[in-house]
Design a protein. Structure first.
Length: 1074
């Protein structure tokens, strides 16, 4: 009974469940149920996106796919309303989801199959970078994955359309997936997808360049997405494109909140058809070279995509490809590459844009019957492609003619050897005739046994052999030989735009070099090279000269620029004769030039040129002349005399009579403006000095002469550089100014002054500017006065030397700045390091005195000079003064000196006057005879080493005699006072005041310590005066108790001191040093 009751209860429960299920099915299938499903679906979509959902239909069927429950959604769509525009981004024609009925009975929902049919997905970015896609306006955060785990056994896609348009990047993409069969699993925050798909890549365009069009695609996919990391990964994924399979792998990661897009790290490896790879790698303007080409070859590729990819950002893309034994054939002209090895790399650069895209071809080898041709090429900037590379190897001339300037020349036979470096923008199409001049080519081309025709000139060139060096449009032809229009020739030459001129692509060409022609037909050559005939120009002037100049001006067409060299052993001019002459005849379309003139003249080498305008009007214009002279060793006076020599009288008379209408070269030079450069190995000056490696240039324009540079080396190891400007009459100098710089390691001041004095040209080179000056110049001796010192030439002279020597004086870091004026040289600044301190001086040296005399006035300042070093110089000069062993200490000194320099530029001591103001620190005197003679009553131990307080004193130097009006000294022994006169050649009359008691009984050590500590010693006013006198070098005569005589002598010295200051122009204010 209980068992029966149990089954009855079980049956009743089943019936109740069945009734509930039937009621639920009826409820879902009703209008109410469908509307509730629509509402629920819209709610779930709105929770995850702000996209607008279109009207759609929902159906439920428990029987159609029994035992699965089927939910169908039709015409579902999403529209992005960002930026106030409505852009459909998703449309699903039909979506069928299969749910397991058994799981529903257990209260669970499990979708086992999902089929999407007629799906359209669209993404759009406008030119401003604004985006419309499935993401809408919202940003998704990491970890916001689906709330449920599920497993989808079957995901079927039928007719899936993908479309992307990015007007900001100028790219479009469209693809159709006919069918895809996939499976998906979502578990623990990760989604896994695997399966296959088949479809078609309809097109992929970038900046108007179609990379793919209607290409079948098949793929096998394995994909995983981590919702927490927002990162997807592809592995073991294969795609078949263009009939070849590539392996795809890598990751993509959602960008951060501050970025838009995804960070990619993808790679594709496999093989693709060669021509498709080339079209992808080459910029669009080179695709025309691949038109109608066919190739059965494949290229192995490796394509990586890394970095941020978004609406306005591009990732870093690198395409590496290689091929071996490839073959490419063109249907026209028999062009073909029968064997080709290539390694390439396409990189979109740091900006990930066409402007920074680079295509590198480190290995490119093409084989032919003539050999192999290797190329290393790099192409920059795909917006304006710029090529850099090198091509080396051998090929057939016919093959070369079909690639380089096709149609402009036709090769019949021959081979070519190339070694070229290329640099420049790429041609815009397959017509190199227009684009070839833009490409810079450096290197060599060798043609061997070449025969070809230039159709536009009807020029036949046969048996051509040449080594051609290319530097852009400049071609250098070496060992050129062949036959042109029946004329055999040999040449070494350079040309510019030769090919373009011959093919009427450029209006001019320039040909320069040396030509040897066995038989030259000028009319035939003019027909081959000249532009269309010009009108004949009639001479505007009268006479033979005008006619001759008109013939010269119309000798060559304006477009034919020549630089042809001629040679002769001797050329005789009206005033001079040139030997071993070589001259080039030049024509640049505007001027006829006689250039590269070389020969021997005046014992040296001469070179130069002369030119005049091409006569297109019949008018004769002035001649412009340039000369360059080079000599070995030459006398300075002779050189300037030759440069100033006027034209011969006979030539002038013949020209005045009209007997010689053709202008001579020298007359053209004398009457023209121009330039003269001169190089001289050695110029001997009359003072015994010389200049070496002299380099200078004169620029003459009318009466104005400019020397932009003059460099030389002096005979004592210095270097000089100068610039100058001048006014001349003919070749006679009237005024000039120069800036001269001397640089020495070791400078001998006397030799520098002798060198400047030796720059004294012949007197007749200068044209005095007034009758008085002319009369004065005629009254001068034959040697005269150098124009550097008489005002004809003013100059700024700067001298730098590491070491300097002037007689026995030596120093370092010598700097001098001086101005040469009329009658004087003003020393504006002169500094050096000497005597252990710094020396600076300013002053003036007169240059208009009689020969052998150079009056000098200088003011000098000595800083921190070491007294022992100064005493050493006095010892060398045999001056009767303290020796370096007798004195210690440093001195500051300012002095105003006037003296006269002799012919060796040394001062006369007997003519030297000076005022000296000194400040001596740390003075010590050791074993000074004059003091020991004055202190005979004191032991040598106490008087042998004296320490002094700082000493400030003034002296007067009168022709070797030093006047000492008053010199107070405070030492460790006693206070002292010195006055009198002291001659540097020995005689002296000095009065020394001292305190014997202080000297005998004072605390010597204590006073030394006070002096060394900088404390002043108490002065003693009551002094005992001792007279020290001698008439010649030797011991002093000592006389005691001479205070009265001392006062009388001091008064006399002070009177003489004042008299000298009044009579002599000495400056005690040191105005020049301020």
């Amino acid at each position: 009974m209980k068992f029966f009751t149990f089954w009855r209860l079980l049956a009743a429960g089943f019936v109740l469940l069945l009734l509930l299920l039937l009621g639920g099915v009826w409820l879902l299938g009703s209008t109410y149920g469908r509307e509730q499903a629509k509402r629920l679906l819209r709610q779930r979509v709105s929770e995850n996106t702000d996209l607008v959902v279109s009207r759609f239909e929902v159906d439920f069927s428990p029987l159609r796919d029994f035992p699965h429950f089927t939910i169908s959604v039709r015409n579902f769509g999403l529209t992005d309303t960002a930026h106030q525009q409505l852009v459909p981004v998703l449309r699903v024609g039909r979506a069928d989801a299969h749910l397991e009925l058994s799981q529903i009975l257990r209260g669970k929902v499990r979708v086992t199959r999902l089929q999407l049919t007629d799906v359209f997905f669209h993404q759009q970015v406008d030119s401003l970078g604004r985006q419309w896609d499935l993401r809408g306006k919202r940003r998704h955060e990491a970890g916001s994955g689906p709330p449920l785990n599920f497993k989808l056994d079957s995901l079927v896609l039928r007719r899936l359309h993908l479309s992307t348009r990015n007007d900001y990047k100028h790219s479009t993409f469209a693809a159709m997936i006919h069918q895809a069969r996939l499976s998906a699993v979502v578990y623990d925050g990760q989604a896994r997808l695997r399966g296959t798909l088949a479809g078609q890549l309809q097109y992929l365009r970038t900046r108007g360049n179609t990379l793919f069009a209607q290409e079948p695609v098949q793929a096998q996919i394995r994909y995983r997405y981590d919702f927490r990391q927002r990162q997807g990964k592809l592995w073991q994924t294969y795609a078949t494109l263009n009939g070849d399979t590539v392996r795809v792998g890598g990751t993509h990661t959602a960008a951060t909140d501050r970025e838009t897009g995804s960070r990619l790290n993808l790679r594709m490896v496999g093989q693709q058809p060669l021509l498709d790879v080339l079209r992808t790698a080459l910029p669009p303007n080179l695709h025309a070279y691949l038109a109608d080409a066919h190739s059965p070859s494949k290229a192995h590729i490796r394509y990586t995509i890394q970095g941020l990819s978004g609406p306005t950002t591009r990732p870093h893309n690198v395409l590496t490809f290689r091929l071996r034994n490839a073959r490419v054939v063109w249907p026209d002209s028999g062009r073909a590459i029968r064997r080709w090895d290539l390694l390439g790399r396409l990189d979109n650069g740091p900006a990930h844009a066409p402007a920074t895209t680079t295509l590198s071809l480190p290995r490119c080898r093409i084989y032919s019957s003539a050999g192999k041709l290797d190329a290393e090429l790099t192409l920059h900037n795909f917006v304006r492609p710029y090529l850099v590379g090198r091509v080396r190897g051998q090929t057939e001339l016919r093959s070369l003619a079909t690639i380089v300037a096709p149609g402009l020349w036709k090769a019949q036979q021959g081979t070519a050897t190339l070694d070229l470096r290329l640099r420049g923008p790429l041609p815009t199409g397959p017509n190199p005739a227009r684009a070839l001049p833009a490409m810079r080519m450096h290197g060599t081309i060798g043609l061997h046994n070449a025969n070809f025709v230039v159709p536009t000139r009807h020029a036949h060139i046969t048996n051509l052999n040449v080594q051609l060096g290319l530097q852009d449009s400049l071609w250098t032809l070496r060992n050129l030989s062949g036959q042109l229009a029946g004329m055999r020739f040999r040449a070494n030459a350079r040309t510019v735009y030769l090919l373009d001129y011959l093919t009427d692509q450029y209006p001019t060409t320039t040909v320069s070099g040396r030509f040897v022609v066995e038989e030259l037909h000028v009319p035939r050559l003019r027909y081959l090279l000249a532009r269309p005939a010009q009108k004949r120009i009639k001479a505007a002037g009268k006479g033979n000269a005008a006619k001759a100049m008109t013939r010269y001006a119309n000798l060559f067409p304006t477009g034919l620029h020549l630089n042809v060299q001629l040679r002769c052993n001797q050329l005789t001019l009206p005033s001079d004769t040139l030997h071993d002459l070589a001259v080039q005849v030049r024509h640049d379309g505007r001027r006829v030039q006689l250039t590269n003139l070389t020969g021997r003249v005046w014992g040296g080498q001469v070179s130069g040129q002369a030119s005049w305008p091409t006569d297109t009007t019949g008018k004769i214009r002035p001649v412009d002349a340039q000369l360059a002279l080079r000599f070995g060793t030459i006398n300075y006076r002779q050189l300037l005399t030759r440069l100033s020599r006027p034209a011969g009288q006979k030539r002038a008379a013949r020209r005045a009579a009209g007997a010689d209408p053709d202008p001579s070269l020298r007359e053209l030079l004398l009457e023209s403006s121009g330039q003269l450069t001169c190089e001289i190995d050695r110029v001997n000056l009359l003072t015994g000095e010389n200049l070496r490696k002299l380099r200078l240039r004169f620029d003459k324009q009318g009466p104005s002469l400019r020397v932009p540079y003059l460099t030389f080396r002096t005979s004592d190891g210095g270097t000089g550089r100068a610039q100058a400007r001048a006014d001349i009459e003919g070749l006679r100098l009237t005024s000039a100014h120069a800036d001269v710089d001397f640089t020495y390691r070791t400078l001998n001041v006397q030799r520098l002054l002798r060198l400047l004095a030796g720059l004294n040209p012949p007197d007749d080179l200068f044209a005095p500017r007034s009758p008085a000056k002319r009369a004065a110049r005629r009254a001068e001796p034959a040697w005269g006065v150098s124009p550097l010192f008489d005002g004809t030439i003013t100059a700024q002279v700067r001298v730098r030397a590491d070491r300097v020597r002037y007689a026995v004086l030596q120093g370092t870091q010598f700097r001098l700045r001086s101005t040469l004026q009329a009658g004087s040289a003003r020393v504006e600044e002169c500094t050096l390091q000497a005597f252990g301190g710094d020396v600076a001086l300013r002053g003036r040296l007169r240059t208009d005195a009689e020969m052998g005399h150079h009056p000098l006035h200088v003011q000098t300042r000595l800083r921190n000079v070491q007294l022992p070093a100064l005493a050493e110089v006095a010892e060398v000069l045999n001056l009767n003064a303290l020796s370096s062993a007798n004195v210690r200490g440093t001195m500051q000194c300012e002095a105003d000196l006037r003296t006269d320099l002799d012919a060796e530029f040394l001062p006369h001591l007997s003519q030297t006057l000076g005022y000296l103001k000194t400040d001596i620190q740390n003075l010590e005197l050791l074993n000074v005879v004059v003091l020991q003679d004055a202190l005979k009553l004191i032991s040598k131990e106490r008087a042998g080493h004296l320490y002094f307080e700082p000493v400030k004193a003034e002296f007067f130097l009168d022709r070797g005699r030093i006047l000492i009006p008053h010199l107070p000294l405070h030492s460790n022994l006693t206070s002292m006072s010195v006055s009198g006169t002291y001659s540097l050649n020995g005689p002296a009359n000095l009065y020394v005041g001292l305190n014997p008691f202080q000297a005998l009984f004072g605390n010597n050590q204590k006073r030394v310590a006070r002096i060394q500590a900088g404390k002043r010693v108490r002065a003693v006013r009551q002094l005992l005066y001792v007279n020290l006198r001698r008439e010649q070098p030797g011991p002093f005569k000592v006389r005691l108790f001479k205070k009265k005589e001392q006062r009388e002598q001091q008064a006399m010295i002070e009177q003489e001191y004042r008299t000298l200051l009044r009579q002599q122009p000495l400056d005690t204010t040191m105005r020049l040093l301020q």
